[in-house]
Structure formats: C-alpha cells, structure tokens
Design a protein around this ligand. Structure first.
Ligand code: SAM
Length: 303
C-alpha cells in the first residue's frame, strides 16, 4: 500500500472557463496579480509548486495548477466566472465525453453542475444540454453556478433521471450522456475512514448506479457514455461496468487512462490525487487499485 500525500501537499487545480475567457488572458491577469507562471508542466514534479507559482497541467489544456495553499474563492476571476475551482478528477468525465459543438447531451445527475459547465464550454454553448437532478437545493446552487459561468445551452430539470422517458421526442437527438451518479465518495481524500466500507450501502449504491447506466443506454441515438464516480470501491466501479457490459453486449469499454509515464508507486498516487476530488486530509490506497480506479472513468461506445 502506498501512502497518498496529505491534503496540504496536493496541488490546487483551476479550470479556465473558455465560455468567458482564454487560458492566455487568465495567465496574463494572474501574472499582473503577482503570480509567477512557469509554463507548461512536462513532468509530475512540475506540479509540486510553492508560493504563487503556477503551471499549465500536463494533460488537460484548460487546467492551471497552483500550490496547495492557494485559495481563489475571493478572487475576481472566480467571482466573475472566468475560472472554475474544479479538481482534475472532476474535469476528466466531460473531457473524455467530448461532445461536439451543436450536439445534444444529457448530464444525468448534474448538480451542483461543475461538469455541466465544463460540458457547455466544450460544446461552446451550442447544442442542447439536458441536466437532471433530484435535489432541489443542489439544483438552485447549480443555477447560480451556471449563470456565473455564462452557460446558456442548458435545460435544467428537477427530475429523477430514472423516470426520464428516453423515447420522448425532445431527446431523439441525444448522442452523449455523462453519468456521475451518487456514490460513496470514498475516493475523496477528505473522507478519511475508507476501510470500514458498509457493504449493504455499497451494494445499494451499486444497484442504483447500474440502473442509471441501463437507463442511460435506452436513449435511441446514444453514441458515447462516460461513467464516473469518486469512489475507490470496485463494487461501484469495475463491478458496475462489468455487470453493465454483460447485460449490454452491443457496448464496449474504451480505455480512457491518459497516456502518462508512471514511474514509482508514489508518482502513480500523485497522478491519482489529481484524478479524484480531493481536499483536506489524506488516505491510503494501493497503486494497483488506484490505476484500476482511473480506468473506471470508462466509457462505453456503441459498436
Ligand atoms: N455531476 C455533479 C457535478 O459534477 O457537479 C455531481 C453529481 S453528485 C456525484 C450526484 C448527484 O446525483 C446528486 O446531486 C444527487 O442529488 C443526484 N441524484 C441522485 N439520484 C438521482 C436520480 N435518480 N436522478 C437524478 N439525480 C439524482
């Protein structure tokens, strides 16, 4: 088992909201604001930053990386919706789904909407983005967030995704689905007690996750689906995907692990820190399990 670094050692990620600005403009603004830009990261070590230094991420073009102590909550760029405080883990699903501009997309369990706003940015606000959530309070937060981010292509609905009718004419052109269902959250570094997984709870979450997947593939023109969790439990990841693939033989799993050179075990974990929604404290995870967990950002495409 390798030890994840503590929350204080983890970098802070910032996604540039390309609906409102460009990476170059944000970099220039921050330089004028006293930050030191160190260019594009090329090695993992480049993500270990001090003070007000920052870099562009290794893989994701719109992601900037700062030292762990950086806090942008009161910053103009955040308040104006030019930057979104979103971890690398949380940026991967929309990045992997890559819906083209103009396409019709469903965000099945969408609130509070960071991935929805990322999808809208990838779609350049063109097309239709149907976003569902069961929780009214989280949806209200989401409306505020999307407004600040300048998202206009969305259609929010306070609705149980499992009750959305896939044969309704309004969804006839939906080709892309992002499914980020409720999960145990065990992959979040802030949740310390991972060892005592409640098997009954995991089984019930997994059953829900599988039902959501099976529902998502009923949309008649579906081309690609990305399933993501912030859990490290195989019951919610590999096992859900395996069960889904057994029941849906026309789908195949695509490998989505970013191409990186994995050096030592610790480095693997450091990559993974970015992959999960992490904040605060620390946790332990075996490197093998960690790599598997990355792969569960699996998408299944119609063959
Ligand atoms: N995708 C969101 C983001 O990136 O900001 C986070 C989604 S969170 C992991 C899961 C969400 O699913 C919760 O907001 C929860 O209210 C919602 N949810 C749970 N069951 C649902 C259902 N049957 N239909 C729609 N949403 C549901």
């Amino acid at each position: 088992e390798a030890q994840l670094p503590s929350g204080e050692q983890l970098p802070r990620y910032v996604r540039v909201n390309t609906l409102k600005t460009t990476v170059e403009d944000v970099v220039d603004y921050l330089k004028r604001d006293g930050y030191t830009y160190q260019g594009q990261a090329v090695r993992l070590d480049d993500l270990t930053l001090k003070g007000k230094s920052f870099v562009k991420d290794l893989f994701l073009p719109e992601l900037l990386v700062f030292s762990s102590k950086t806090d942008f909550h009161d910053h103009f760029l955040y308040k104006a919706g030019h930057i979104i405080l979103q971890d690398k883990a949380s940026c991967l699903p929309a990045y992997l789904l890559k819906p083209p501009s103009g396409s019709h997309v469903i965000d099945a369990c969408a609130a509070p909407g960071n991935k929805t706003s990322h999808l809208a940015a990838i779609m350049k606000n063109k097309g239709k983005l149907f976003a569902f959530d069961l929780d009214a309070k989280r949806l209200a937060t989401m409306s505020t967030l999307l407004l600040r981010a300048g998202v206009t292509c969305q259609q929010l609905a306070h609705q149980d995704f499992l009750k959305v009718n896939p044969d309704s004419p309004q969804y006839k052109d939906v080709e892309y689905v992002l499914l980020d269902p409720s999960c145990s959250g065990s992959g979040m570094v802030c949740l310390q007690d991972r060892s005592s997984a409640d098997q009954t709870r995991l089984a019930s979450l997994a059953a829900f996750q599988l039902r959501c997947l099976n529902h998502a593939v009923r949309f008649p023109r579906l081309k690609r689906l990305v399933y993501s969790t912030c859990s490290i439990h195989s019951q919610e990841n590999e096992e859900v995907i395996t069960a889904f693939l057994q029941q849906n033989s026309s789908f195949r799993r695509m490998s989505t692990v970013p191409k990186v050179t994995l050096a030592g075990g610790l480095e693997v974990c450091r990559i993974l820190n970015g992959m999960w929604q992490v904040s605060g404290a620390h946790g332990t995870v075996s490197t093998t399990r960690a790599v598997e967990a990355m792969q569960t950002y699996a998408d299944a495409g119609l063959t």
